[in-house]
Design a protein around this ligand. Structure first.
Ligand SMILES: C[S@@+](CC[C@H](N)C(=O)[O-])C[C@H]1O[C@@H](n2cnc3c(N)ncnc32)[C@H](O)[C@@H]1O
Length: 367
């Protein structure tokens, strides 16, 4: 078990994010009723602006409709209430892309809410959600989707796999410890930020009751495929054993019990800080590229559309795993070869591939 830290620059999304990952917008659209119900349950006549934060927002494209509907829901309860949107992500996020989309300078999935509503104030916070991001008692609604599976650090490399779903023994235990501590830290900060009566709606990747997780619902397991492609490049002498070991993604998928414990155990600091779990459910949202393929049947088109979505969230970790002594051009070539080899597997057996999303949908209230 090699102990290494993998920090934020290895887990940043590539720009052009929302276009490459249209499925996450489908997930957010599916979670929108939970957000609107949460807003409905609040006292909208409280003084001051309604403060909404999107935690792990990437370029803001996939949550554009959610923010617009949230503004409309607040205004339905109080038509003059000012609305503050705070987009948060890691320091290295592409905030230029975010503001270009929010200001309608770059194409997003729909027109910006800024043109449709007065009294809406947008700002960004480039700090990790493992820190306190906002002043005490200032947040009405914190939303996050498909972001909190990224750990604050990689506790170790995983022998013979790239993700904690393929870990066992002390390596799995190290990931579980890291995930438990990160989840509690993250919730504790949110407990401080939330106003009493405020809500969190968190839509996080999970392992569901049937053992399903991202890319592991039917057909080939996506993480086994990521791993197998690196193993093939190792066997062909294209990467070294050390490089292969460093390909571990700093992620963990909690199950429902792991998510719930700090919110239900009266002795946990999170519970004592006032956070209560109102609801938690899990849902599978099918891979849009897989569904398209079932309509058009063109394997090349499927691979061409599908691989960029895999690449958008794995490339920075994998690039970070390659020996920095290699020059940048050589590393870029290896990375291109890697995704080309993955694409080849999709071409050979297209019906085996797809990245269905498996999420836990949580509503959390601050007493
Ligand atoms: C898969 S994207 C999801 C983006 C968007 N929420 C969506 O659903 O389309 C994950 C985002 O989480 C961000 N992220 C990862 N770790 C984070 C951290 N510690 N703090 C804040 N954001 C983080 C990444 O930078 C990335 O923008």
């Amino acid at each position: 078990m090699t102990a290494t830290n993998t920090e934020a620059d290895h887990i940043s999304m590539r720009s052009g994010y929302w276009l490459a990952t249209i499925g996450t917008k489908n997930v957010i659209d599916g979670a929108t009723p939970l957000v609107l119900d949460a807003i409905d349950a609040m006292d909208l006549n409280a003084s001051g602006a309604f403060c909404f934060a999107d935690l792990g927002c990437a370029d803001g494209g996939s949550s554009m409709a959610l923010v617009r509907k949230s503004i409309e829901a607040v205004r339905a309860g109080n038509k003059s209430r000012q609305f503050q949107v705070i987009y948060t992500d890691q320091p290295g996020n592409d905030y230029n892309a975010l503001f270009a989309i929010i200001h309608g300078l770059e194409k997003g999935p729909e027109p910006t809410f800024l043109d449709a509503h007065e009294g809406v104030f947008v700002s960004a916070c480039g700090s990790s959600f493992y820190r306190q991001l906002l002043p005490d008692n200032s947040l009405d609604l914190g939303f996050s989707s498909t972001a909190m599976h990224w750990l604050s650090a990689k506790p170790c490399d995983i022998s013979g796999h790239v993700q904690a779903v393929g870990a066992s023994g002390c390596e799995l235990a190290a990931f579980q410890r890291q995930a438990r501590s990160d989840w509690e830290t993250l919730l504790h900060h949110r407990a401080k930020e939330l106003k009493p009566g405020g809500r969190l709606v968190l839509v996080n990747f999970c392992r569901d009751q049937q053992g399903r997780y991202l890319g592991h619902t039917e057909g080939a397991d996506m993480f086994d495929t990521f791993n197998a492609v690196w193993q093939a490049m190792l066997a062909a002498g294209q990467i070294t054993e050390d490089e292969y070991q460093r390909m571990t993604l700093p992620q963990y998928y909690n199950d429902v019990a792991e998510f719930s414990v700090p919110l239900m155990d009266g002795s946990s600091p999170v519970y004592r800080a006032g956070l209560r779990l109102e609801s938690i459910t899990t849902k599978v949202v099918e891979c849009p590229y897989k569904l398209d393929f079932r309509q058009h049947g063109d394997a090349a088109r499927f691979a061409e559309n599908y691989i960029p979505t895999l690449r958008s969230w794995t490339q920075s970790t994998f690039m970070g795993g390659l020996n920095p002594q290699r020059d940048a051009g050589e590393r870029a070539t290896l990375i291109d070869r890697y995704y080309a080899a993955y694409a080849q597997r999709v071409l050979e057996e297209p019906e085996q591939h797809g990245m269905d999303y498996v999420h836990a949908y949580m509503v959390i209230r601050k007493e």
